[in-house]
Each structure stands twice: as C-alpha cells, then as structure tokens.
Write a protein that binds this ligand. Structure first.
Ligand code: BJW
Length: 227
C-alpha cells in the first residue's frame, strides 16, 4: 500500500444529514434496543432472527431513495480526485455506502458493510441488498464488526496512521476503540490532527485543530484549504 498523505476517519455524524441516524444521539439508531442484543456476537447467537430483523431494517433504510450522499461526502471524494487516490485514505466506521456513492475509491470499512453478508463457516463475503432469512440459511451473518470483534484491515490502518501528514476525524463521538485512539497514534507520528464535528468529541483535547458545525457545511470548507 502507498502511504497516504491524508487519513480521514469518519463516523455516523457525516451521514446524519443524509438521513441516517447516529448511534448515541437521542432518537439514535439504538433507541429502543439493547446494545448487547444487537451489537455483539453473543446477542446474535441468543436471537439470530431478531438481530437479522434489526439489520434488515437498516438495510432497507439505507436503500431508501431519499438517503444519498451530502456535501461532506462529495467534498471528500473531490479531495481524493484532486490529490490522487494514493494520497487520501478514508477509514470509515460507517457501514453505509455513501462514500462510495459520492465517488470516493480509497476506503476502508473498519466496522464492516451493511450491504454485505458473511458466511460464518468459510468467511466468504457476498453483496446483499435484500432481507436475510435466518431460517433459509443459518450460516449467513451480517458483515458487521460487533463489540468484542476485531475491526477490519487494522494493519493497513496503523501503517497509514504512523506515516500520514494529516489525520482528520469527522462526525465521530470518540466512544468506540480502537478508532477513538487513532488520534493519539497520529499525534505520536507527528501528523497534523483535525477534528470536524457537530460538537466536541470525547477526545477533543487531543486534536490540534477543531472546527464545530454540521458536516455538510464545515467539511467542504475545510477541504478547500487542502486542495
Ligand atoms: C455530526 C452531525 C453532523 C451528529 N455533522 N457531526 C474499555 C475501554 C476501551 C475499550 C473497550 C473497553 N471495553 C470494551 C472495549 C472495546 C470496544 C469499545 O470501544 N467499547 C466502548 C463502548 C468502550 N471496542 C470493540 O469491541 C471493538 N473491537 C476491539 O476493540 O477489538 C480489539 C482489537 C482492536 C484492534 C486490534 C486488535 C484487537 C469493536 C467495535 C465495533 C463497533 N461496532 C459498531 C457497530 C454496531 C452494529 C451496528 O451497526 O448497529 O460500530 S458500534 C457503533 O459505534 C458503530 C459505529 O461505527 C461506532 C462509532 O460510533 P460513531 O460513528 O462515533 O457514532 P456516535 O453516534 O457515537 O457519534 C456521532 C457523532 O456525530 C457525534 O459526535 C455527533 O456530535 C456527531 N454528529 N450530527 C457532524 N450533522
């Protein structure tokens, strides 16, 4: 992998204005659900049908024609287009496909992808745009990284973080590790660190530059300073 000059971590906040709920806000994605039930492997094993129903619902929502990329997703795609794919890496915690829809190419989905499923036995990953029926195939699970599972492509992410010039975190609350610790790795590597968020995250004081406001407004403006 060529080492990118800019590593961008995105979280649910970048997709909020596209119509997708964040996790931890009031009326958030988990409202009415127990996180241990829908976001752990143990919860899945306890009640796979209920967990599939939850992700079937999210898969439907993501494919609602009203859900589409916003100005922040497009700005990041433009940044990659201008600087070249080797120079801009998006590490997203999001399981949606709005970065792809906006035109970004160099993307790592560290927490998996909603429009994919995985065969538990052989690890095979396939695209999935419709409901999963557990009774039809008991080996198929959502391609989602739950709590207690190891996020995807961690070696590539750390390689990039330890050599990048810029680390930009967008729309993430800083509640979930290892993503919440990336800013420390980037700081130790001498990168410039930037937080773009609606409000300060838990790791706010670790960032050198912070800009607060809706992603659709502040991301395009900040991206212009990099082009
Ligand atoms: C806007 C906006 C707008 C709103 N514009 N901004 C104790 C200490 C430390 C760690 C642990 C611990 N106990 C357990 C752990 C580890 C655990 C963890 O971190 N737990 C915490 C709860 C403490 N982590 C794990 O288990 C991870 N695995 C792991 O650590 O493996 C070990 C290992 C790691 C590395 C190498 C080797 C081994 C796995 C974590 C998996 C997370 N999965 C989920 C998906 C659940 C399923 C589902 O989809 O339903 O990923 S959890 C959920 O949180 C989802 C998200 O990607 C993730 C982060 O959420 P995010 O994106 O930050 O959203 P919110 O809602 O929290 O925040 C939204 C933000 O947007 C806010 O800041 C708003 O202000 C902002 N916003 N509107 C701009 N318009």
């Amino acid at each position: 992998m060529t080492i990118p000059k800019i590593v961008i971590l995105t979280g649910a906040g970048i997709s909020a204005e596209s119509g997708l709920s964040t996790f931890r806000a009031q009326n958030g994605l988990w409202e009415g659900y127990n996180v241990d039930d829908v976001a752990t492997y143990a919860g899945y094993k306890r009640d796979p049908i209920a967990v599939h129903q939850f992700y079937n619902m999210l898969r439907h929502k993501l494919q609602d024609p009203k859900v589409c990329p916003n100005a922040a997703h497009y700005a990041l795609a433009e940044l990659e287009q201008k600087l070249g794919s080797d120079n801009v890496l998006i590490v997203t915690q999001n399981v949606d496909n709005l970065h792809e829809q906006a035109g970004s190419k160099n993307i790592i989905h560290m927490h998996g992808e909603l429009l994919k499923v995985r065969n538990e036995q052989n690890g095979q990953i396939t695209e999935c745009f419709s409901d999963v029926d557990y009774n039809q195939n008991k080996l198929i699970r959502p391609h989602i990284v739950w709590f207690g599972e190891i996020p995807l492509q961690m070696d590539e992410i750390y390689d990039a973080l330890t050599q990048t010039e810029y680390f930009i975190s967008i729309g993430t609350s800083g509640n979930v590790y290892p993503a919440a610790g990336f800013v420390q790795v980037a700081n130790q590597s001498g990168a410039k660190t930037v937080e773009l968020n609606l409000e300060p995250s838990l790791g706010e004081n670790l960032f050198q530059t912070k800009i607060y406001g809706p992603a659709s407004k502040i991301v395009p403006k900040f991206v212009q300073t990099l082009i």
